[in-house]
Design a binder for this molecule. Structure first.
Ligand code: 5AD
Length: 488
């Protein structure tokens, strides 16, 4: 029999993206091959439930996947991620087209569940564990093709114990649990040996890493260290040029972590620092555990430690009871913090969270209007920030064709600078000039700024380092085929 082929559809945050990578790797180890959905025998939908809209995607998808299954007998559909964690068996009961359901702590059972499903046995596994088993995953299989050459995620902790009143995460990701530092360092070391030059440490509240162990005086036994110390150890790994982490919570920026931003050579000058609201009254009711002033204090301390630091944020408008004055406080704080960019959302009541039961739910039209005003302010700040970067020399890590090139625009590749901004780079597709490949680091000068990205030109005469093992996908052809020679 032919080898089975799998495809994974991913919604949601970077943790979900990384969970999909882990599932893909496990399926490779189980002898399956990756394929497009059109060719696949097994399709996994990795779901998100952070807002209602995200959750609804699953139900739309499952409707459409009936036809996908009917096209070829023996096809299997699996549902994982945050909706799966919450709904479990109910998904199997409601949707006969689903063959297996796995929660966020049960990735390692997916290959067995696929095998059972192939024998006609449907199953759901959503049990929450408090042990470290879930981090026990195999190394990258030789057939595993990284979707991001040169870059990799590394899980350092999972879960969240903070219970912000709007947030579903404690229910979908469970209690905080941190991996032993030695395991994290060993994984980062292996990735560096494989040619990865940028790692992003992941956790739902990533800088809460190890805090319970330290507080309860059991860090030695658990093998954890303070987050700043973990960064320090990773900073010493040869080959790792860029270290990032996401998403931190403002209350876990202690003096050591702030100092690390000034001292560690490879820690990137970017922090994603979710503010959520700039109104003290709303922050209190969100149970964020900081106020506007202390948030701005953290931002200032970070900038003092690292003057070129770029800050980005997450914001929610239309939280129950939010007044026009509250919104104004958010706009003021965003401006004062000088976020280079932010993700902003309309509050979405999540079943079972405290805020969903509160009075004063905001009219959707009012929330929409507030969102638009916030986003207009952010666009202005982003453009101003981008303009301030023109003339600067930096280095970008290439990701692939730029968004404009993919839409048939000019021949460009895109990469990220250390500040995590997108920098587009014009490439010559005629002649012999090599086109920078995904995973390569290229020195550039920033020559122009747009609301969404920066434009760079390659600085010649400097050796360009290549991440070993970077995909040899022919970017020249990719660029040519999307833009057509006419537009060069
Ligand atoms: N409604 C709207 N946005 C939310 N977020 C989390 N929960 C909700 C919700 N119920 C946003 C927060 C968080 C980001 C990942 O999603 O801004 O930081």
């Amino acid at each position: 029999m032919d080898r089975r082929r799998f495809a994974i559809r991913t919604y949601g945050c970077q943790m979900n993206v990384h969970d999909s990578e882990k599932v893909a790797n496990l399926l490779h180890h189980a002898g399956l091959d990756a394929a497009d959905e059109a060719e696949a025998d097994v399709l996994v939908v990795n779901t998100c439930s952070i807002r209602d809209k995200a959750e609804q995607r699953l139900y739309t998808d499952l409707g459409l996947l009936r036809a996908w299954k009917a096209e070829r007998p023996g096809r299997l559909v699996g549902v994982g991620g945050c909706v799966a964690q919450q709904q479990g068996d109910a998904i199997l009961e409601r949707f006969p087209q689903v063959d297996f359901v796995f929660g966020t702590h049960n990735l390692r059972f997916v290959p067995a569940m696929v095998a059972e499903a192939a024998r006609g046995q449907r199953s759901a596994r959503t049990e929450e564990t408090r042990d470290l088993d879930r981090f026990d995953l195999p190394q990258r299989h030789p057939a595993y093709a990284s979707p991001s050459p040169g870059r990799a995620f590394v899980t350092v902790m999972e879960g969240c114990d903070l219970y912000c009143t709007f947030c579903i995460v404690p229910q979908t990701r469970g209690r905080e649990i941190s991996r032993p530092a030695d395991d994290i360092v060993a994984e980062a070391q292996t990735l560096a040996d494989e040619g990865v030059c940028e790692i992003t440490l992941l956790g739902q509240t990533v800088n809460a890493y190890g805090r319970h162990d330290l507080r309860r005086d059991r860090a030695d036994r658990a093998g954890t260290v303070a987050f700043a110390e973990l960064l320090r150890r990773l900073d010493r790994i040869p080959g790792l040029e860029r270290i990032r982490y996401t998403s931190p919570h403002p209350i876990f920026f202690d003096a050591a972590l702030v100092r690390a931003h000034g001292e560690l050579e490879h820690l990137c000058p970017h922090v994603h620092l979710p503010l959520q609201s700039g109104s003290d009254a709303i922050l209190e009711r969100m149970r964020r555990r900081y106020d506007r002033e202390s948030f701005l204090g953290i931002a200032q301390a970070l900038r003092r430690a690292r003057p070129d630091l770029t800050l980005t944020s997450d914001l929610i408008v239309g939280f129950p009871g939010e007044s026009e004055a509250d919104l104004q406080a958010t706009l003021d704080t965003v401006e004062q913090a000088g976020f280079a960019d932010s993700y902003s959302f309309k509050y979405s009541p999540r079943p079972g969270t405290k805020a969903a039961q509160e009075p004063g739910q905001i009219d959707p039209g009012v929330a929409q209007d507030r969102l638009e005003r916030l986003q207009a302010l952010q666009r202005r700040l982003t453009l101003a920030y981008h303009r301030s970067r023109v003339g600067e020399r930096t280095e970008i890590l290439i990701e692939g064709p730029s968004a404009r090139a993919r839409r048939g625009g000019p021949a460009q590749v895109a990469g990220r600078d250390p500040h995590q901004r997108v920098v587009n780079l014009a490439v010559r597709v005629a002649g012999d000039a090599p086109i920078p490949q995904p995973g390569e680091r290229v020195p550039v000068e920033i020559v122009d700024a747009t609301p969404h990205s920066l434009l760079g030109t390659q600085i010649p005469l400097r050796a360009v380092k290549t991440a070993a093992g970077s995909a040899d996908e022919d970017l020249r052809n990719a660029v040519l085929s999307v833009s057509g020679p006419g537009s060069l």
